[in-house]
Design a protein around this ligand. Structure first.
Ligand code: ADP
Ligand code: MG
Length: 588
């Protein structure tokens, strides 16, 4: 490996030359304590910044092995260090050093959720941060002195401050890793306790604003407190210094399997509770308020999504006999309605093996949720294609074991099918199950149940690889994430705006490449979509997200992926405009 002096010499040599001369510094340098790998140099000062890695041998990093002794801890620690690198960049980097992106240093660190990500890798032997840097120029001429200050001074300082145990905040780092490990340990206990989700006493669910995912200030937020009848206790692996926790146990509300309604007046905190449960599929950073709101990993948010594309989904359990005999057992549309899109979202979630469906009346299609007695009297069943969710929700649990948590403030007919009723009043949950059952008896509903056929197990769908075209122009593989919500796959846009459990643009980016991996490796004309996304998940488990990056192109370090769930990968596949599903009767 070359030395820091080699790098300085090369920079001196190219000073003032055209920007392309920066290519000369690609390579690896040993700075003594830290290694700098310059994997890829950008084409010009305005292009995507250059790709660099800072690697510190554990000899110098000296992170206690206990903090990365298992997979969960490793993921948490890497996420934590990425955040530290981001703060160290703010402290150490001067910022603008010339034209375009000159002087910029970036790392892909997270927000409120803790995710498996590729920005930082921790092994027994070294710690590595993958960063991006804008190599300095004036106009299109190399500014060697600026580059030298950035690469030879700023970067080692960042590595020293954010990647060595000597400089890291020990208590903070431990608390972060232990808190994430606790959350995952609670998740492991949910099945045994018969729960879909756990919401700890003391949790802070409301957010600062619609635009900010940070917690509402403590003096404005009502802390969560479970009703006694729903209170459960979970075990922690690491003691937490918290009022509601006694040593290694934590109490809170258990949302049981089965059908759970969240009722209550408008503005009393129903949707806030459900949103916390939706996000509870991921661990959260200490101080988020939801670090001990833990949801079953296979819980899937369901909503109406009119306008979405649907390809050959069997929605017949919910929608059958469309006008003019249009079939719904392989329903396709480029512009689904509110109810058909919601039905498709449910059937796709069931197809993949969801354990729970999470619904909010605010984002559901009214005619999908219920048909009341008067409407049943006026519009005869023969003329109504929709079997409302109320008539299937318990059957979904009885026959498939899939639970539902449903926010429903507007329709008491659901009392008949609920196992648990949680009432939110002034942001405090009350167990209203007994009262709701009594009301259901004294105010008998006049509506009739409307299921015609029993619920059929989902028909597996086989996606066809040749319907995935990742090419754009002269590029064979061109996949971009446009923020959190859109993937440009080749030239096909995939709209993920309503995949509400997607939390990080790096997940979106990873999904784009995961689709490519899935199409190339696993779609063989007979493997079902459920098996395809399971296979992708297994690849992530067995190797790492790094596998998504190179595509045989060395020098493209994969520093900006974070792990998506299989549900969100499938959501993207299901929304690809060109997706084709093999008809069940065709062969090969
Ligand atoms: P609902 O769905 O019942 O109509 P929301 O969950 O949308 O109500 O909450 C209404 C408002 O109350 C939101 O602005 C939310 O941030 C706030 N809120 C929710 N829970 C709490 C709480 N525990 N403490 C303080 N404010 C809260
Ligand atoms: Mg609401």
């Amino acid at each position: 490996m070359q030395t820091i002096d080699d790098l300085r010499r090369r920079l001196t040599r190219i000073d003032g030359r055209g920007y392309k001369a920066y290519k000369d510094i690609e390579g690896s340098y040993d700075f003594g304590r830290v290694e700098l790998h310059i994997d890829h140099v950008q084409a010009d000062p305005f292009a995507a910044p250059s790709k660099l890695r800072l690697r510190l041998p554990q000899k110098h990093a000296a992170i206690p092995p206990a903090l990365h002794s298992n997979r969960v801890r490793r993921i948490a620690l890497a996420d934590y260090i990425a955040r530290c690198v981001r703060s160290a960049i703010r402290r150490c980097a001067r910022g603008n050093r010339g034209t375009g992106k000159s002087g910029l240093i970036l790392i892909d660190a997270g927000a409120q959720e803790v995710l498996e990500r590729t920005a930082v890798v921790v092994t027994a032997d070294w710690v590595e941060a993958r960063i991006e840097a804008g190599l300095p120029a004036t106009g299109r001429r190399v500014l060697a002195r600026e580059a030298e200050a950035m690469l030879c001074d700023e970067l080692p300082a960042i590595a020293q401050q954010a990647m060595t145990w000597q400089e890291l905040a020990h208590d903070d780092a431990r608390r972060f890793v232990e808190s994430v490990e606790n959350a995952e340990h609670i998740r492991d206990q949910l099945d045994g306790l018969g729960l879909i989700a756990f919401v700890a006493d003391g949790a802070v669910l409301p957010r600062e604003s619609g635009a900010s995912d940070r917690p509402l200030a403590a003096d404005q937020a009502i802390a969560f407190r479970s009703p006694d009848s729903l209170r459960v206790t979970v075990e922690l692996l690491n003691p937490v210094a918290d009022v509601s926790a006694s040593s290694n146990r934590l109490s809170g509300m258990g949302i049981p399997k089965g059908v759970t309604l969240i009722v209550g007046g408008g503005y009393h905190g129903k949707s806030t509770l459900l949103r916390a449960v939706e996000r509870g599929v991921y661990p959260h950073i200490p101080g988020d308020g939801r670090e001990y709101v833990v949801t079953h990993r296979d819980a899937v948010k369901i909503r109406a999504e009119d306008g979405r594309r649907v390809e050959r989904v069997d929605i017949s359990p919910f929608v059958s006999d469309l006008p003019y005999g249009r079939s719904t057992d392989a329903f396709s549309s480029d512009d689904a309605s509110g109810s058909t899109s919601q039905a498709a979202n449910i059937m796709e979630a069931l197809e993949l093996g969801a354990s729970a469906l999470l619904l909010d009346e605010d984002t559901s299609a009214t005619n999908f949720m219920v048909r009341d007695a008067r409407m049943q009297a006026l519009v005869h069943k023969e003329h109504e294609p929709i079997t409302p969710f109320i008539d299937r929700v318990h059957e979904v649990y009885d026959t498939l074991g899939v639970s539902t948590v449903l926010v429903m403030g507007g329709c008491g007919d659901y009392f008949d099918v609920a196992d648990t009723v949680i009432m939110m009043r002034d942001y405090r949950p009350i167990d209203a199950t007994v009262d709701a059952k009594r009301v259901a008896q004294t105010h008998a509903t006049a509506r009739r149940a409307e299921t015609a056929q029993p619920l059929q197990p989902c028909r597996p769908r086989v996606p066809l690889a040749d319907s995935f075209d990742s090419s754009r122009g002269r590029r064979e593989v061109k996949i971009d994430a446009k923020g959190l919500d859109v993937i440009l796959y080749g030239s096909d846009p995939i709209d993920l705006r309503y995949a509400e459990q997607l939390v990080d643009a790096s997940q979106t980016r990873a999904i784009g490449y995961a689709i490519h991996l899935a199409a190339q490796r696993f779609m063989d004309g007979s493997t079902t979509l459920a098996d395809v996304v399971d296979a992708v998940d297994r690849v992530f488990d067995e190797s790492s997200l790094d596998i998504l990056a190179p595509f045989g192109r060395p020098g493209h370090h994969p520093g900006n992926f974070s792990r998506p769930r299989k549900y969100e990968i499938a959501a993207a596949i299901n929304r690809l405009p060109t997706l084709r599903i093999r008809p069940p009767d065709s062969t090969g």
